[in-house]
Design a protein around this ligand. Structure first.
Ligand code: V47
Length: 371
């Protein structure tokens, strides 16, 4: 092993070295340690044990069929009301035309998350998935957060199982991890009061996993939450993953503080620091021992920090992100697309092995030749 300067961390290092699971108290100790070098090495140990140098990305188009949303989350700069400037609301045909304009050969994933539209019936979403699959054969549809699935269940007056089964039947391949925010009730009341609650979010994912739909999980951090609340969020995910094994990756999303209620009216105007981002990724990698991947989302981290994050537990950097619009609306400046070659080069230059994957982690191409 490596030398540990902080005696309080010695039992944790011994446990991680032995492949044992950390308790909540140990996770908290890790979050609070000023000894970031040890934290980095622990996360790197876990990442190397799970995946060696392999580092994944996907050729992905981001699509939102609408930005109309009546939920009113205070962190959101994306949502619009009917008639507001910049609002869109596409029918199936317009959606297909939008995707066709941005489609690139070799695209493997269409990732959809959007608003809770008050008027569209559930049948519209089934038609949309089926039309995407028909018009773009071979492309996987990773669609709608658990919050949106909860909304569909309400409008369809159906349970989660029925909604997800019908979406799967229409062609749904996987689900993104959004809508999780922070599970703790104290925080959720202030940032996502009208959204599905924590138990509903977890139940949607449990049901998806039971139906064979793989999913991701996110955590929105860097606003009003405490470190305990971040760890509690991870702890609830770890417990569900023990039950189902259906999560593919965990994605911490750094709060972007422009153009939303939290920044404009409640004074939360700070971007997270690079060290907080890295600390968070590393704790996640060590604590979430049953998650295959921790994702370093370059759209919020920026590409250079995402590159550094590969030594802090990250084994996936998401992907090409064509037309990202959610975090961009709130101030993320990293850019809205990167080519596959640039992503592969960026991984290779960090000393890792670039692997293009599809939405559910089948290998598409290994970039061994990229300099
Ligand atoms: O739930 C909204 C977040 C999420 C802001 O599964 C913000 O691979 C930061 O689902 N600052 C939706 N984040 C995005 C999402 C996602 C993203 C990346 C990868 C995956 C995946 C899924 O976007 C929302 C919310 O947490 N978000 N506003 C903001 N101001």
């Amino acid at each position: 092993m490596f030398p540990v300067r902080d005696p309080a961390l010695e039992p944790i290092v011994a446990k991680v070295a032995a492949g044992e699971r950390l308790s909540f108290a140990e996770g908290l100790l890790l979050y609070r340690t000023p000894n970031l070098n040890t934290l980095m090495r622990l996360a790197n140990l876990v990442r190397n044990r799970k995946h060696g140098d392999d580092t994944y990305f996907v050729h992905s188009l981001r699509f939102s069929q609408t930005n109309i949303c009546y939920v009113g989350c205070t962190f959101c700069a994306f949502a619009k009301r009917f008639g507001e400037e910049g609002a869109w609301d596409w029918d199936v045909e317009e959606s297909i035309a939008w995707v066709r304009e941005r489609y690139q050969p070799g695209l493997t994933e269409i990732h959809i998350s959007s608003g809770h539209h008050p008027r569209r019936p559930f049948s519209y979403y089934l038609e949309l998935v089926a039309a995407l699959k028909e018009n773009f054969p071979g492309v996987q549809v990773k669609a709608w957060t658990a919050a949106e699935i909860h909304h569909f269940a309400k409008i369809a007056r159906a349970d989660y199982r029925t909604v997800l089964s019908e979406l799967k039947e229409a062609g749904l391949d996987a689900m993104p991890g959004g809508g999780a925010e922070i599970f703790a009730e104290r925080v959720r009341r202030q940032i996502a009061r009208n959204k599905v609650d924590a138990s509903g979010w977890l139940e949607v994912h449990r049901t998806a996993h039971e139906l064979g739909i793989p999913t991701n999980a996110t955590m929105l951090y860097g606003h009003i939450e405490t470190l305990e609340e971040r760890l509690d969020h991870m702890d609830r995910l770890r417990r569900l993953q023990d039950e189902t094994g259906g999560f593919m990756s965990f994605i911490p999303l750094a709060f972007q503080p422009l153009g939303n209620d939290l920044s404009q009216n409640l004074g939360r105007t700070e971007f997270t620091t690079g060290l907080d981002d890295l600390r968070n990724l590393a704790v996640a990698r060590v604590y979430l021992d049953n998650f295959p991947h921790v994702k370093g989302y370059w759209a919020t981290l920026t590409a250079p920090l995402a590159q550094v994050s590969l030594d802090w537990g990250v084994t996936d950097i998401d992907g090409t992100l064509i037309a990202e619009s959610i975090v961009t609306a709130a101030g993320a400046t990293a850019g809205r697309a990167m080519s596959k070659e640039d992503l592969a080069r960026f991984i290779r230059r960090a000393g890792r092995r670039p692997i293009e994957r599809d939405a559910v982690y089948n290998v598409v191409r290994v970039y061994d030749e990229v300099a």
